[in-house]
Design a binder for this molecule. Structure first.
Ligand SMILES: *Cc1c(COP(=O)(O)O)cnc(C)c1O
Ligand code: SF4
Length: 345
């Protein structure tokens, strides 16, 4: 069963009509397209552009439109890259990006100008230099391995990276960010899982999941293989117009994650990536959604709503203020129903 890598492949698989395919050819020339065999089978028979899974992966003509505020490097990674493959913005944690390819190309991707097939992976020497940077920076306690999708690497190469980090006494945590559990769950083999852990290092995996429909039986089984190997899972979700921008969709998603032992970590406001404005709600819409989740879901099911500040300034919690200081030193506290209370203390 083959992966799909082009509009022609999507048309041949029956996921787009030839006319719909023609309408996205220029878009697909600019932004990579890929679906794994698993997603091709999961999406088989679907052609509705509003379908919450379909819309995440199948290109749309709307991607041809960029708005003036959109940026080539929306979160300013370039500004914080001391050596190839490293982004070091906060003192205690650094990103390590060993490759640029993904198993799928999400239509709203914030790194869409950087990721793609054939996009260079680090050579062995470059990876050594990136690891040397981490070795030389004693303040780095947590290494966030991202990309591209690090779980596309072979178990052998993953084991090499994890072992190298485990040999650095100042590194306590390796956190791998991946879309693979939801996009290619059978790739999460026992051998791959085994390669992710090492003595003297705590391995965490952050899984990227945007809709409850992604939690199919194979995906749930892949998540279970990771958890049962002792790897805690956190969830990363992008708030996406038309896909998960309702209380019902977010509630089902976060309950589904927690039910599968994934702690919702971040709900990202979509970054200003080119050709993605059709996916972006306003911040006010996002705030209204997260405020409404307080009364509906337990604390375990609540992610932090965050905005990555353009220009490389890091993430800012984006939820509205629940507590406001008053002139007289007291506070106005809003509860989950919107009622306001006075607090002195
Ligand atoms: C998001 C990000 C991190 C990780 O931030 P956390 O808030 O710890 O998840 C680290 N470095 C960079 C450059 C980032 O963009
Ligand atoms: S898996 Fe992540 S990096 Fe890759 S295309 Fe999707 S959002 Fe972008």
């Amino acid at each position: 069963m083959k992966a799909l890598h082009s509009v022609s492949d999507l048309v041949a698989a029956g996921l787009m009509t030839p006319e719909a395919g023609e309408a996205v050819r220029t878009v697909a020339d600019r932004y990579a397209v890929a679906l794994t065999p698993y997603l091709r089978d999961t999406l088989a028979g679907r052609t509705d552009p509003q379908d919450p899974l379909y819309a995440q992966y199948v290109p749309s003509p709307a991607e041809a439109y960029s708005t003036p505020e959109e940026l080539e490097d929306p979160i300013g990674d370039g500004a914080r890259s001391p050596v190839k493959g490293i982004v070091h913005r906060y003192p205690d944690r650094a990103l390590l990006k060993p490759l640029h390819a993904c198993a799928v190309y999400c239509r709203f991707c914030f790194r869409r100008e950087m990721v793609g097939p054939g996009g260079e992976a680090l050579t062995a020497d470059e990876l050594d230099s990136a690891l040397a940077y981490i070795r030389d920076h004693q303040e780095v306690w947590e290494v966030v391995v991202t990309g591209g999708d690090p779980l596309l690497l072979s178990p052998r190469r993953l084991r090499g990276i994890v072992q190298a980090l485990s040999d650095m006494p100042h590194v306590g945590i390796v956190r791998l960010h991946s879309r693979i559990p939801a996009a290619d769950p059978d790739r999460i083999t026992p051998e791959l899982v085994e390669a992710l852990t090492a003595p003297d290092l705590a391995t965490w995996v952050a899984v990227h999941i945007n809709h409850a429909d992604e939690l199919t039986p194979p995906v749930r089984a892949a998540l279970a293989r990771l958890v049962e190997a002792g790897i805690p899972l956190v969830g990363q979700t992008v708030l996406l117009k038309g896909i998960n921008d309702s209380h019902a969709a977010l509630e089902a998603l976060f309950r589904g994650m927690v039910r599968n032992r994934v702690k919702p970590y971040y709900l990202h406001h979509p970054d200003l990536a080119a050709g993605t404005s059709h996916f972006r709600p306003t911040l006010a819409e996002g705030q209204a959604l997260v405020t409404g989740l307080r009364g509906r879901l337990s604390g375990l099911c609540q992610p932090t709503y965050v905005l990555d500040i353009p220009g490389g300034h890091g993430k800012a919690p984006a939820a509205p203020a629940w507590i406001e200081e008053q002139r007289d030193g007291s506070y106005r506290v809003t509860d989950f129903t919107g009622r306001v209370h006075d607090y002195r203390g």
